[in-house]
Every structure is written in C-alpha cells, then in structure tokens.
Design a protein around this ligand. Structure first.
Ligand code: CDP
Ligand code: MG
Length: 796
C-alpha cells in the first residue's frame, strides 16, 4: 500500500530555492487575501464587531461558505478580542442604525435557491422569524434587538482588565475533519504555521501551543476542557459553530456556557453560528442574545427528482454521476453518501465504470474528459482530505464522494452539481433497551435543502435528488437534536464530574427523554461511577470522567489496572478506537484471509486486535520501511496502526503519571494469559453481555434483545456460550460487533450492581424484583424505578 506521508513527493519542493519559496508564498497569500475579501462575512466585519461590543451573545446566521468559520475568528483577533484590548476605532458610521425596525428586507438578496418546497431561503419563512431579519444598513449584516441593544458601546476587556493567558478564541466544530481543515486554511490565510497562532485540538491530537490565539476544536473536546476549567477561563470568546447540527456535545455546551456567561459577565463573549435561519431557539435561550445575519450569495439551484423510487441508491448515485459527467457543462459534482464503506465501494464502482467507458469508446465526447474521483469523510487521512479543496486540473472534473460532512461543515469550491442519495448515517438510541446504534436513515427536508444548496455557491447549479418528489414530501422537516436520541452515559458522567448533580434538572435547550437520562444514571451506577445517592464516586467515577473514552471502556481500563493487564487493555482500547485496521480487497480475498489467520485468537476479536498491535509494536518505531512492509504483507492499514499506537501512548499518559491528568496507575502485563484481559473487558462491557441461543443467535442479557454475531467476527466459526461485544450495528439484522468470549459466572462477580440483584436492590433501596439472572438494576434510589421487567430470567 502506498503511504502518502512516506512518498517521495514531499522532497520535490526542496529543490526550490528559499527565495523562490518566499515569493510563491507571498503570491499565495495575496491570492488568499483577495479571496477572503470577496466573502460575504467580510462585508459584515465592522458591524459584527460592533454588535459584539454591545452584546454578550451573538447568534450569527450565514449561508454555508459565507466565511463564518474561517473569517469571524480572524476578525475577532484583529480587533483584539483574542488578546488584550478591544479596538478603539469606532466600528462603522451606521452604528445604532440597526435595531427593531419595520423596514424588513429579505435576508438573502439575489435569486435564492429554487426549491419548490419553500426552502430555507424563502422570504416567507425568513419573515416569520422575529429574531433574524436584514436591516437596511447596507452593511451585509443586520440585527434585531436583544435586551442589551441600547446599552451603548462598552470596552470589552480593555487594557485595565487583567486576564493573563485568558484571551484565546475557541471555535467548536462537530467534526474532527472540519476542525483540522479549517484550522489549516486559517493558518495559511494568516501566514503562520499550524499550531502556532492558529491551532486545532481533537481527541487524541493537540496541535496548539502557548501562542495559539485561535483554537479550532471539536465540541466534545471543549466539554472535556470544561471539566478541568469550568469557567473556560483561558478563552475570551467561545464560538459554537455549526450550532444547527445540535450535536449532543453542542447542546451540553449550551447549558454550560449559559452558566459561564452568568458568572463571567462582561469578560466573556459567546457566538453561536448556524447555517440555518431558525435562530429564535438560540436567542430565546441565551439571555440578552442578539441575532445577526450575514447576507450570502446564493445562485439558483434546479432541483430534480427521480420519477420512481430507486431500489439501490448507491447504483443510482453512480449512474447519476456518470450522466452528469457526460451531459452537463463545467463544474464539479458533489455526491452525498452515508459512510466510508459506501464511499469506498462507490469509488471502486465508479472507477470500474469509467475504465469500461473509456475502453469501449461509446461514451459521448465529454465523457472522455477525465473524471477525478475524490472521497471525503472523517476518517480519511488529512493529506487526502485536502485534495478535495484543490481545483481540478484543466479539462478535468472532480466527483467528490462525501458523507454529510460536506453538508455544512466544509465548503468545497467548484461544485455545480449535487447528487443527493437522500440518506445519512445517524445515531439512534433506544432508551428502553439502552442500546445505541448507527443506522442509515432518510435525511430530513432541511438536510435535503442544505445539500441542494451546495450546488449554488458559485453559479446556478443543479441538484439531483435520487428519490421522488412524493418521498421528499413525507420526510421529517428537520432532524431532532442528537441529545434526544443518543446514549447519554458519558455526558451524564461529565455533568456529574462538573458538580452538576441534578442532571434531570439541567437547563437543556431541548431536554433529552427522561428515560434516557435514567438509563445512563443506571449504567453509571452499575459501572460503579455513581453511588447509591447518584453522587460521583472518587475511585471510579472521577477517574472515568477524566479518561477520554466511553465510560464502559474507561471501566475496562480501570479494571485492567487492578487485574494486572493494563498494557493489554490499553492496547485493545486503542485498537477499537481506530477504524478499519484490516484491508479486505475483494480481488485478494484468499490472500488477506490467509494473512489474517496469523493473528486470529479463538477467544475473540479483541484478542485478535491485540495480536495485531503486538505484531506491529515488535517492529522498531524508527523503521518506517519495516512497518510499511509488514502492514502491506499482512493487509493491515498502517495509518490505523499509527493512530492506534498514538492513542495507546496517550492513554498510557492519562493512566500512568502520578499527577493530573495522570491517574497514577500501574500498567502491568498479563503476558499470554488472556483470562485477566477478558475479565477486565467483562467488567466494563457487561451491559453488552450476551448468551448463545439454540438457533445460533445471541440474546443480550440486560435487554433480552436478539442479536447476531457480525460476519467479520473471528468467533463466528466457534461460537462461545457467553460473550461481551463493543457495539450493535443495524443493517438487515442487528449485529454485535467486536466480541470476546467470557465466562457467564464472571458476570455477578464483576458487575454485582447489575447481575447480583439482591445486593443492588439493597443498596439502591428499591425493592424491584430483578432475578439473579441479571438486567441492569435500577440505580440509586429515586432515580429509576421504572422501565423494569423486560429482563429475561434465568438467562445465564
Ligand atoms: O463557515 P462558512 O460555511 O460560512 O464558510 P467558511 O468555512 O469560512 O468558508 C469560506 C470560504 O473559504 C469557502 O467558500 C471556501 O472557498 C474557503 N475555504 C477553503 O478554501 N478551504 C477550507 N479548508 C475552508 C474554507
Ligand atoms: Mg462553517
């Protein structure tokens, strides 16, 4: 396998003299500067800064690609929001011109998206929103009064206020890719090295330094930072970007930031940025917030539907791509698919079809122009991600195969055609069963519109929806916030660790279902993270909250420390935290299956992954060549391995060192004896314990749900009587992925709170009749006496 990082291409640039490099860099910056100034955000700069002087919360709406993410933080920095003092310069001559006004204009001038269904740019919709409308100041931005509207200009953190080191700007992104690509872009625009003035931080990767003023980060990471620094004192401004996505972390941050604001007062600014118009929710939620709109450019987009439903949207997407390529004029194609596997197969199919077309020469002349197929998804290596942003070479056309990452978080220049499969991979959570899953589901109407809109960024475009107009009409209007449909285990744990005891009473913008909160309280209790009164336990809970992994895996790690298999457990958790360790090329199935045999452990997938990790670590770290060869010989993805190694080392740093964030734990090894490791896995994954059924399926003990072993599991040939697994996956059936064989008798011993009912009932003071057979018992008193009873009895 070719490894881009190790390739020879990097060296080519060295031949240029330093002077030539400098000239090229200056040219590039000039060009970037010109590009920046064209962005709609640029026209709104002064007004935005002024609004931010006057209001503690700014809700900023702007069409995707208008420069919110890349420009606003730079404006703040140049106005010294990100460092010492506010600008002295009066902002613009029309200060105060805005304000509640009847003179309401359309929020987006220009043609707007042609969308028969009243897309989000339709005037009617915009006007029904009382908080967002365009003023007449000609400044590209408008505001409507918030409570603080007329309080006059204040100097924010003027030179008098002492905020040593506390002046940075944090910008959150729901996705890691967005944080990385945007940070790189902004560093380039500012002419600095990434990690210097501009940096990014995502889980397991921190590219910042003490001089970092603008820090792009995932929303999950800011939440983690709040754990250690509840006032977020190192930030002067926090920008919650892509707020419309309403990820679970964003929603929790809203609640926390509201508190931070109340306590930090004028020393702190919050900007909520969103690509959709429904700002009312945000404005209502944050006291004294004001909404502003960046007037974007948007060209008309013709939306086309299929005449009848498609059986296979993947095939349909490939056909549509080829058709656009052969029939349509200039412009790149953006195809929305659901995930990496699907994108990989689409890429393969598309290349095969293109090759066939080329050789048969039946294609129309324009098909002979090359089609450059480029994937983009979160797990793609950064170098490859960056490729989609480069313009297609002369005479070529890009076909970008993307997940919903390209919906709003990143803007790819050159796109004129959008192909929307109408599907997305979404998290779903069944609170009753306590099971979380990722499933491919239809998009919402709002998502479909957002996708179509991507075709009209640079000129009139076309969107091909691979579903019927009737199907569109019955789609959900919007996607419900993630917090209402996900496992809240780690969120509840973090709230508890921040001292927010009454999680049910937390000021959520949209409260999650009570049952889901109760479920996670039960889980945390069963894991030993909470005591019977629902308080965080120091021994387990506090430690778990510090570990950057899911509480269940965190519990595996803590148990492993006690059981003398810390090194193995950390390796396993690192391996399951990376994706796609194994290469499985279709054409070489026999070869990769043979190679895999070397690593297979009959005891399960976790141990198999451990064998791979051990094999990799035996090779000297300095020898890239040996590692590359080993990986390619064994059909193993070197990038996944490097990532796993990195996570391994970071987790070791979290667990080992005696001072925080280190937990001061011993990382012993259990050698070749797998029992301690399997026991440690049981101690954390017991809510996912399942028992073999006569028909070859498994039954999850805690919920009674029937699941099937995933076809990729090494246990498939010799199914153990009892196992624990990492996660469930829904396709045609519910599959348990990554499973390891355990002994049923370990369960009551290692997870007494869940499997030894008598003890539990006594501790919890809730006399619910759960049989010794298990089921997660109700947690602390008063937290959840409901939702019992579906527990299968005598299952073990
Ligand atoms: O946040 P918003 O969607 O409003 O826009 P943005 O992400 O700040 O992007 C503004 C412009 O910068 C886009 O139109 C892209 O042309 C460009 N950009 C880029 O070329 N490469 C990136 N990695 C990010 C943005
Ligand atoms: Mg953005």
């Amino acid at each position: 396998m070719l490894d881009i990082e190790d390739g020879p291409s990097a060296k080519k640039h060295r031949r240029n003299s330093k002077a030539e490099d400098a000239v090229a860099a200056a040219e590039r910056r000039k060009q970037l500067d010109a590009e920046r100034r064209q962005l709609p955000a640029w026209a709104a700069r002064d007004k935005l800064l002024q609004l931010l002087q006057e209001h503690r919360t700014l809700v900023l709406v702007g069409e995707t690609g208008s420069g919110k993410t890349t420009q606003i933080p730079q404006f703040l920095l140049s106005a010294r929001f990100g460092s010492i003092a506010a600008p002295d310069k009066p902002t613009s001559d029309n200060a105060g011109a805005a304000g509640p006004s009847d003179d309401v204009k359309l929020p987006f001038e220009g043609p707007g998206v042609v969308d028969k269904h009243g897309g989000f740019r339709s005037p009617g919709q915009a006007q029904t929103n009382h908080h967002t409308s365009a003023g007449s100041d000609g400044n590209g931005v408008s505001d409507h009064g918030g409570a603080e509207q007329q309080t006059g200009r204040r100097s924010i953190g003027g030179s008098g206020s002492n905020r040593a080191g506390g002046g940075a700007i944090a910008v959150t992104q729901p996705r890691r890719v967005a944080a990385m690509t945007v940070a790189r872009r902004v560093a380039e625009e500012m002419g600095t090295k990434i990690g210097d003035k501009v940096g990014y931080a995502i889980r397991f990767e921190d590219v910042t330094s003490p001089s970092t003023r603008i820090k792009y980060m995932t929303d999950g990471l800011l939440l983690r930072e709040a754990l250690l620094d509840p006032m977020l004192s190192r930030y002067r401004v926090v920008i919650i970007d892509e707020a419309h996505e309403r990820t679970v972390h964003t929603d929790v941050l809203f609640g926390l930031l509201k508190g931070v604001q109340a306590r930090r007062g004028d020393d702190f600014r919050l900007i909520v940025m969103s690509a959709t118009l429904d700002t009312a929710r945000f404005v209502d939620y944050f006291p004294g917030a004001v909404a502003a709109l960046i007037r974007g450019r948007q060209f008309p987009v013709r939306v086309m539907y299929t005449a009848k439903p498609e059986d296979n949207y993947l095939d349909a997407a490939i056909n549509a791509t080829l058709q656009v390529h052969s029939d349509e004029g200039e412009g790149d194609i953006l195809v929305f698919l659901t995930g990496q596997d699907e994108i990989d197969s689409a890429e393969r199919l598309l290349r095969d079809r293109l090759a066939a077309l080329q050789s048969s020469r039946v294609a129309s002349p324009s098909t002979c122009r090359e089609l450059l197929v480029l994937p983009i998804y979160a797990a793609l290596p950064p170098e490859q991600q960056m490729k989609v942003f480069e313009p297609a070479p002369e005479g070529q056309r890009k076909a970008i195969l993307a997940t919903n990452i390209a919906e709003t978080s990143i803007t790819i220049p050159g796109v004129r055609y959008v192909i929307d499969t109408g599907h997305v991979k979404a998290r779903d959570y069944n609170a009753k069963l306590g099971l979380e899953s990722l499933a491919v589901v239809p998009v919402s109407q709002a998502q479909a519109r957002q996708r179509s809109g991507r075709a009209g960024r640079e000129g009139p475009g076309k969107a091909f929806r691979l579903y019927t107009e009737a199907d569109f009409a019955v789609l959900e209007p919007t996607t419900p916030p993630e917090i209402t449909r996900c496992n809240l285990g780690s969120v509840v744990l973090q709230l508890k660790a921040m001292g927010i005891h009454d999680v049910l009473g937390f000021d959520f913008m949209d409260p999650p279902p009570r049952a889901a909160i109760l479920r996670s309280l039960e889980l945390l209790y069963a894991l030993g993270a909470l005591d019977a009164a629902g308080r965080l336990t120091e021994e387990v809970g506090r430690r778990l909250s510090r570990l950057p992994v899911d509480p269940m895996f965190g519990r595996v790690l803590l148990a492993a420390m006690e059981m003398g298999c810390g090194q193995e457990a950390v390796a396993v958790v690192a391996m399951v935290s990376t994706e796609n360790v194994f290469h499985t090329p279709r054409q070489k199935e026999r070869e990769w299956r043979a190679a895999r045999l070397k690593f297979v452990s009959r005891e399960g997938d976790h141990l198999t992954l451990l064998n791979v990790f051990r094999g990799f670590r035996e090779l000297p770290k300095e020898s890239n060549k040996a590692r590359t060869t080993w990986c390619s010989d064994n059909f193993i993805n070197i990038r996944a391995m490097r990532k796993a190694e990195d996570i391994y080392e970071q987790l070791v740093r979290f667990l080992g060192p005696p001072s925080p964030p280190g937990l001061g734990l011993q990382l012993a090894t259990c050698g070749e004896d797998s029992t301690p490791l399997r026991r440690a896995l049981t101690a954390g994954l017991f809510p996912h314990a399942a028992k073999l059924q006569p028909d070859g399926s498994y039954r999850v003990l805690a919920t009674g749900r029937q699941v099937f072993l995933h076809p990729s599991s090494v246990l498939l040939d010799r199914k153990p009587d009892c196992l624990v697994f990492n996660e469930l996956m829904h396709t045609t059936r519910t599959y348990a992925r990554d499973a390891v064989a355990i002994e049923a008798r370990w369960l009551p011993e290692l997870a007494p709170a869940a499997f030894a009912a008598k003890t539990t009932a006594a501790i919890a003071g809730v006399g619910v009749g759960v049989g010794a057979s298990g089921g997660l018992a109700p947690a602390a008193a008063g937290m959840g006496a409901g939702a019992r009873g579906q527990v299968p009895r005598g299952a073990i």
